[in-house]
Design a protein around this ligand. Structure first.
Ligand SMILES: Nc1ncnc2c1ncn2[C@@H]1O[C@H](COP(=O)(O)OP(=O)(O)OP(=O)(O)O)[C@@H](O)[C@H]1O
Ligand SMILES: [Mg+2]
Length: 512
């Protein structure tokens, strides 16, 4: 069968051979109805992700994926005989009737929060919003309230909140004005502010400072196609990021919410506008408050009509909350181990979520499939889940395993985005504005003091017994703080300012 001819309609995933079912394809029309790639370690999840990314790219659909182990960079290079690490690829291709199998490279854009293994990817503190920032810092509700106040003040005062320095400056200011702020907003304790500052420090040590600033990520650069009409494969270096799971999960969640907010409604397009792969998805749900899980569920449901497909990759489907799992229409279930009673129950549960095939037991199949094989079910015409099949997953066309640092460097150097994000900008923002105002306030205070002193001196000329006034030395920040507090309170009265609320995530972390 020549699958190339069908590429406009579906992505070939794998197929038959003896003991296997009919060839399996992922219909592009239903690719925005999300998906799941699950399986124990070493069973073939990453390769499945790789072949799906290839398929989408070839169909003109850009994808975004995180590379947790550094083994997806191979997408940037055509495969070769040298990289048939596991069995003969062409043999596998022949077995499953993949006659137009060929080695190919794909247009990869490398991204890296730390700016080393790809273009730096940044967002601003304001874009991330108070709720995700609070989640990132793991704040209590009271602390989150303070972050909200800082955002609000910055907003009303038209002070840009770009990087962590800006947030720190506002927290310092809030500390100095805790009393005034408490009057207006309820208890703003300096202890809470201190706690937030300490969390910020931790975030900074984890490399969080790199994430915030400008130039911020332009979604258009992610949603791009190359000259040949192939979707760009955006690969986020996530190996180092994995040591800060909260940073990793919050960043991806932010990206999802950004896509959700920025993209227009498109209903059910012929093919997705973008496909987003969420690797190590359990990190998103580990000890996540119920409200967060609800929102992820909601975003997954609604982002579909923006033409974005979200695919979760995880070892155990039980890691994904049921409400979310229920929305993942396209599934590739690699082998699950069943050593413990808990494993067995998870396996049974996983099996129950599929439409049975009378030819075999789904449960047994999930236990038995080998490496690079899976139990699959894709949405069929009218969006009905297909019957499960045992599927030998097709080999990738790009290189299996990572490329060298040198090769990666070459790809980055040749990228059309080269130079756009590399140099950090430091636009005038809260930090600078507050510092300047403090300086200004200090100068004015000084002038006033001098004025007073002169008056006293003049007065003393006529009354030599009058005491010399002691010049109060004031710390610049104090006078600034007072001036600022008065101004803010005045401004906040009857304001019509734009409020920083993050659309669907607006109530994200409430009520935990
Ligand atoms: N479709 C496939 N075709 C050919 N070989 C495959 C295929 N899938 C998996 N393999 C082989 O199995 C190895 C392990 O697969 P992979 O890295 O995808 O596992 P994984 O489930 O991602 O593991 P981990 O949980 O450790 O990340 C691959 O390096 C490759 O050699
Ligand atoms: Mg893997």
């Amino acid at each position: 069968m020549n699958w190339g001819a069908r590429v406009a309609e579906q992505i070939f995933v794998g197929g038959g051979g003896e003991g296997y079912g009919t060839p399996q394809g992922l219909l592009l029309k239903y690719a925005n109805r999300h998906g799941l790639i699950a399986g124990a370690t070493g069973t073939g999840k990453t390769v499945t992700l790789q072949i799906l990314a290839e398929g989408f790219s070839a169909a003109g659909v850009p994808v975004f994926l995180s590379d947790v182990k550094g083994d997806l960079s191979g997408l940037a290079r055509a495969g070769s005989e040298d990289f048939k690490l596991h069995g003969a690829f062409s043999e596998r291709a022949a077995t499953i009737g993949f006659t137009d199998y060929a080695y190919r490279s794909f247009p990869v854009t490398f991204w890296d929060l730390f700016g080393k293994a790809g273009h730096p990817v940044r967002t601003t503190v304001a874009e991330m919003g108070p709720l995700l920032i609070s989640r990132l810092l793991d704040l209590t509700e009271a602390q989150e309230g303070i972050v909200n106040i800082c955002f609000r003040v910055a907003d009303e005062e038209s002070m840009a909140l770009l990087d962590l320095k800006d947030l720190q400056a506002l927290l310092v200011w809030a500390g100095e004005n805790a009393k005034d702020l408490s009057l207006r907003y309820g208890n703003v304790s300096t202890a809470s502010i201190g706690a937030i500052q300490r969390r910020l420090l931790v975030l900074e040590n984890q490399g969080g400072a790199e994430l915030f600033g400008e130039p911020a990520l332009d979604l258009a650069d992610v949603m791009a196609v190359d000259d040949e009409g192939r979707g760009r494969v955006n690969i986020l270096a996530a190996d180092r990021l994995m040591s800060s799971p909260r940073l990793y999960a919050t960043f991806l969640l932010w990206l999802l919410s950004e896509l959700f907010e920025e993209l227009p409604e498109v209903g059910d397009p012929d093919k997705p506008k973008l496909v987003f792969f969420f690797d190590e998805a359990h990190l998103l749900f580990d000890d996540a408050p119920k409200a967060l899980v609800d929102k992820v569920e909601q975003v997954a449901r609604l982002i579909r009509s923006k033409g974005v497909g979200v695919y979760f990759i995880t070892q155990n489907p039980a890691d994904v909350p049921e409400d979310v799992l229920g929305q993942l229409g396209n599934r590739v279930q690699h082998a699950l181990r069943a050593f413990t009673a808990r494993d067995q129950s998870d396996l049974r549960k996983a099996a129950q979520t599929y439409r049975d095939n009378p030819a075999f037991s789904t449960e047994d199949a999930i236990r038995e499939v080998g490496v690079g094989e899976a139990v699959t079910s894709f949405l069929e015409r009218k969006g009905v889940p297909g019957m499960v099949e045992r599927t030998l997953i097709r080999p990738p066309s790009s290189q299996l395993g990572p490329i060298t640092d040198q090769q990666r460097g070459d790809v980055i150097a040749a990228s059309p985005l080269r130079g756009k994000y590399e140099t950090r900008l430091d636009r005038d923002s809260a930090f600078e504005i507050l510092a300047r105002r403090a300086e200004q306030a200090a100068k004015e205070a000084e002038k006033a003091e001098e004025e007073k002193e002169r008056e006293f001196r003049n007065a003393r000329r006529y009354d030599p017994n009058r005491e010399t006034p002691t010049r109060r030395s004031r710390k610049a920040d104090d006078s600034f703080g007072e001036a600022m507090a008065k101004m803010v309170v005045k401004e906040l009265k009857g304001t019509t300012g734009r409020r920083i609320v993050r659309g669907i995530f607006g109530t994200l972390f409430k009520g935990r």
